[in-house]
Design a protein around this ligand. Structure first.
Ligand code: ZN
Length: 128
């Protein structure tokens, strides 16, 4: 079940992509928000390039740079052009989360609404 803190996290992800959405070049089209176990929240937007980075990576890197190591929940949303709908993490991000935060939860839009999954459910049988 998602709670009010999860809804707040979604709002943070929306806020950061709505602030940085690059409508002309579409270099920044996804926003992510990451909540640490201590309650601190870090955000990021994707950085598009030949070998660019997803918003989840930027948020996680920002949190790690600030000294955080314990992570609770992460979410990513699309641009306002795509109605800020939630976007599930790509395979590369699932691997990142599994390695850095093996007990993190991920908010995902399903047919039944917004649901919370453990990263282990999203990357089963991972060797790492
Ligand atoms: Zn990704």
């Amino acid at each position: 079940m998602i709670d009010s803190n999860d809804l707040k996290l979604i709002e943070e992800a929306k806020k950061i992509i709505n602030k940085n959405f690059d409508e002309i070049n579409e270099n920044h089209t996804v926003g992510a928000a990451l909540r640490c176990k201590n309650g601190n929240v870090y955000v990021g937007v994707n950085v598009y390039a030949q070998h660019g980075s997803c918003a989840e990576y930027i948020a996680m890197g920002t949190a790690i740079t600030a000294g955080e190591r314990e992570f609770d929940t992460i979410v990513a949303v699309r641009s306002p052009k795509k109605n800020n709908t939630l976007i599930a993490p790509c395979g590369n991000c699932r691997q990142l989360l599994m390695q850095y935060a093996p007990d993190i939860k991920v908010l995902i839009q399903t047919e039944d609404g917004i649901e919370k999954f453990f990263i282990k459910e999203l990357l089963p049988y991972s060797p790492y």
